[in-house]
Design a protein around this ligand. Structure first.
Ligand code: ADP
Ligand code: ASP
Ligand code: MG
Length: 413
């Protein structure tokens, strides 16, 4: 089988865990599978990079840079020595160069007192760039050929939205050309989380973006299956950190997973299903530390079971906006005015509900967008298009997911 395997931050958090990752890869390699790998940064590293980079423009001194570089160097060298002892010299030297590059750009941010979205993307991609060569070396340590590539070299072309870019359709052909010929001869290891624009400028795909990278690369190589290896047995009925008797769901549809991840389930990046779904590729979510568990299988039509409601998820701290006004009843174009003005002000609307009387429209937006949204909608109130706009902060949006709910009487009750 042709398999794209993605390993998350916990799965590569130290040398011992990388050993478990390579056990899995070795077993599939020996069984004759063609493998390509996408890998995240070590757990916590992206957070560290974001924290230091965003504080630098207003920092009193630049001491955070040296401590960050020291901590990254210590952790990655220890991982390298444990996971690939025969490759410490060559991989260690490349790592050193990467750390110097990172230190230079961080110093530039401190001196300029400015962090642009473009430089932030460049900085936060270093977690993956430091780790991927270590995993590739750990694979070579077992006598299996492996090379390393960043997301851009692998062929992922994206829109220019820094921090939240989307893959462009032409990525498919490029990935096929670049990765395709390597399959079966070696295990290519690709840094997750990043791609580049048509002009070659580095972009990142949003937090947890390595899942999305996996799906983009899996679709590009026409993988038979995409396996997302993480630290839980599969996608569960609720967030297991909140609900301790959450259960693993063995089968879900693409749409159910999109719904879950869009509404906050941290287990998958919200856009990561789309490329797999486009090609109809089966996705599995499995536990690196419990590989014999079957995990969750994600396919076009999930299995229906007796439970119409399959899972619950939530987004904490969003805002609810209520727009009311009797003038809205039966008047064409009111909804258009509302959504146009919100779009013009770059407000992303997460959920919409309209009362059956049409006198009330409620929206859920991210907390960061609420003041722009209310300001824009107040303009419509001045023009008499709506009567009143009110909002609530600190709202939690709960999503109830299950394909069987459609048409099942009594679900709401
Ligand atoms: P990785 O580093 O492998 O990408 P993440 O931390 O991004 O792992 O995602 C896995 C985590 O997602 C789990 O450890 C779990 O705590 C959390 N999670 C939240 N909601 C769910 C859910 N519905 N099912 C499974 N895991 C969930
Ligand atoms: N390292 C990135 C993050 O922490 C991407 C990922 O882990 O998927 O968001
Ligand atoms: Mg993740």
């Amino acid at each position: 089988m042709k398999l794209l395997m993605k390993f998350g931050g916990t799965s590569v958090a130290d040398a011992q865990r990388i050993g478990q990752v390579v056990d899995i890869l070795e077993q599939h390699h020996k069984a004759g599978d063609e493998l390509a790998v996408v890998v995240s940064a070590q757990r916590g590293v992206t957070d560290q990079l974001i924290e230091v980079a965003t504080a630098l423009p207003t920092a009193k001194d630049n001491s955070a840079i040296a401590s960050l570089i020291q901590s990254l160097s210590k952790r990655h060298i220890a991982t390298l020595e444990g996971a690939a002892p025969d490759h410490v010299a060559e991989v260690g030297a490349a790592m050193e160069e990467n750390l110097i590059r990172l230190e230079n750009i961080l110093n530039a941010i401190y001196n300029l007192r400015e962090l642009t979205p473009r430089s932030k993307d460049y900085i936060i991609s270093f977690g993956e760039r430091l780790l991927a060569p270590i995993l590739s070396a750990a694979i070579r340590q077992r006598g299996i050929s492996s090379s390393v590539m960043d997301g851009c070299e692998a062929g992922i072309l994206t829109t220019p939205q820094h921090g939240e870019s989307t893959a462009l359709p032409e990525s498919d052909e490029r990935i096929k050309r670049r990765i395709g010929p390597l399959l079966g001869k070696e295990i290519p290891v690709i840094t997750g989380f990043m791609g580049c624009t048509r002009e070659g400028i580095l972009t990142t795909l949003g937090r947890s973006g390595s899942d999305y990278s996996a799906s983009i690369i899996g679709a590009g190589i026409d993988a038979d299956e995409i396996w997302i290896w993480t630290d839980v047995d599969g996608i569960m009925t609720c967030d297991p950190r909140v609900i301790n008797d959450a259960r693993v769901m063995l089968s879900l549809s693409y749409l159910e997973v999109m719904e879950l991840s869009y509404f906050g389930a941290k287990v998958m990046h919200p856009r990561s299903i789309e490329p797999a779904m486009r090609k109809g590729i089966l996705v599995r979510v499995k536990n690196t530390f419990n590989p014999s568990h079957p995990g969750t299988v994600i396919v076009r039509t999930g299995k229906r079971d007796h439970r119409v409601v399959k899972a619950l998820t939530y987004i904490e701290k969003v805002a609810a906006i209520n727009i009311c006004g009797a003038q809205m009843i039966g008047r064409p174009g009111v909804a258009k005015s509302i959504f146009s003005i919100l779009a013009d002000n770059e407000v992303n609307v997460m959920m919409i509900s309209q009362g059956s009387s049409e006198a009330n429209i409620s929206l859920i937006v991210d907390e960061t967008h609420v003041s722009a949204a209310v300001k824009a909608l107040s303009e419509l109130a001045k023009e008499g298009i709506v009567r009143q706009v009110s909002h609530n902060h600190d709202v939690c949006a709960v999503a109830v997911v299950g394909a069987g709910m459609a048409g099942a009487p009594g679900t709401g009750g």
